[in-house]
Design a protein around this ligand. Structure first.
Ligand SMILES: *Cc1c(COP(=O)(O)O)cnc(C)c1O
Length: 397
């Protein structure tokens, strides 16, 4: 089928929940993707931080093919070898002790919210249920995670929302200190806000948040669904800050493209969940966790975290240089290969101009161009992307 045929069929049969570009991707290899009409693109969207190993990494493709012939699914009534091995890999490479597997970022955050409430009921008191989250955060689209998300545009039309969330501005320690009340049980935030426009938490701020949580006996939850797993140039974003949260959520890059989410916690917190408290039919299934073992293994063995840090620095330097040529660029920011360029105008036309020249980027929060290449991206590919972006910006100037 052609781009046009796929699009027309989709308009007829698929619910209209995405503002889609007018083409369909049908093949990917490394940092490149092809659409149904055979056009090639350099992919700096990467499935929105999912394709951190590039497309169709051989280790993931082989693990999925092998597992698909052994056992695709079995219930969590039984032990599952790749699930156990993926949990071991995550625990041995982090400060967390136990892992719960699910299928997406929203589900991982739902699990974190439930675990925080359960822990608080057991250890802090019956009325400790409120979770403080950040303005411009993004935690998912289920009703609870949509409510945790501190942006009204995502909540509009879906009231009544669940109780128990309260919002404060990001990077504002005083506002957080003031918001803590007798019902508060946890603080939840993204160390680097992704959807909210690539906003990086300050080191002193996060250390201050950690101190406040310890002083008030609150749980600290880091949503690393987007910024975790090497994206920022450390395996986990919390490792930039010298603080260890109580709960960390993961998803996006965890399965090398295969859907999987995880919620990790330190021992005493994890112990608040007992059999029957939480579950997922597909969570931690053999296929997804075999993909996860392969993806995380490749990420560690191939030095992708270091590459993300080094090439991320290079990408930021190159586009900062570009930015200085245009007065409509406000700021370039980010950490590792989670990079944003904020404009004083809408980013949509730049996204389209790049796409027409063979580069996929995305725009978040209206005016922030976001760059999420694979973590194994080369400097040559960065140069190619920057050259295309330069032309696109020049065109609009
Ligand atoms: C993408 C994202 C989510 C939601 O993940 P889904 O898999 O789409 O449910 C949650 N938190 C953050 C920080 C994200 O970037």
């Amino acid at each position: 089928m052609s781009n046009h045929e796929i699009m027309e069929l989709g308009k007829k049969y698929v619910m209209n929940t995405y503002g889609r570009l007018p083409f369909a991707l049908v093949r990917g290899q490394g940092a490149r993707v092809w659409d149904a009409d055979g056009n090639q693109y350099l992919d700096f969207v990467g499935g929105l931080a999912v394709n951190s190993l590039g497309h169709c990494h051989p280790r993931v493709a082989e693990a999925v093919a092998r597992q698909a012939k052994e056992l695709i699914h079995c219930s969590n009534l039984y032990w599952i070898e790749p699930q156990v091995r993926l949990a071991q890999l995550l625990v041995e490479n982090s400060d967390m002790d136990k892992v719960f597997f699910c299928n997406s970022g929203a589900e991982a955050n739902e699990g974190a919210i439930k675990l925080a409430r359960k822990y608080a009921k057991l250890h802090l008191g019956e009325n400790r249920f409120e979770i403080i989250t950040m303005r411009l955060s993004f935690h998912g689209r289920t009703l609870a995670t949509l409510t945790a998300t501190g942006q009204e545009k995502f909540q509009k039309g879906f009231t009544p929302l669940p109780e128990g969330f309260r919002y404060v501005p990001f990077n504002d320690l005083e506002a957080l200190a003031e918001a803590i009340g007798p019902n508060t049980c946890a603080v939840m935030l993204e160390p680097v806000q992704g959807e909210g426009g690539v906003n990086v938490a300050g080191v002193e701020y996060l250390q201050g948040v950690n101190d406040l949580c310890r002083r008030h006996g609150l749980l600290l939850i880091f949503d690393e669904v987007q910024c975790g797993l090497g994206r920022t140039g450390k395996l986990f974003a919390y490792q930039h800050y010298g603080v260890v949260p109580d709960i960390i959520t993961l998803a996006k890059a965890l399965g090398g493209g295969v859907p999987i989410g995880a919620m990790m916690a330190t021992g005493a917190v994890a112990a608040a969940f007992q059999p029957g408290d939480h579950a997922s039919t597909f969570g931690g299934n053999p296929l997804a966790t075999a993909a996860g073992v392969a993806a995380l293994g490749a990420m560690l063995d191939e030095g992708l975290v270091d590459n993300a840090r080094e090439v991320g620095q290079y990408l930021r330097e190159r586009i900062t240089e570009l930015a200085s040529r245009h007065d409509f660029v406000k700021e370039v920011r980010g950490l590792g290969l989670l990079v944003g360029m904020e404009l004083f105008r809408e980013g949509g036309p730049v996204v389209t101009a790049c796409q027409q020249r063979g580069l996929l980027i995305n725009c978040t929060n209206g005016n922030v161009l976001r760059f999420l290449p694979p973590l194994n991206i080369s400097r040559e590919d960065v140069d190619e992307a920057v050259a295309i972006l330069a032309e696109a910006l020049q065109d609009l100037a």
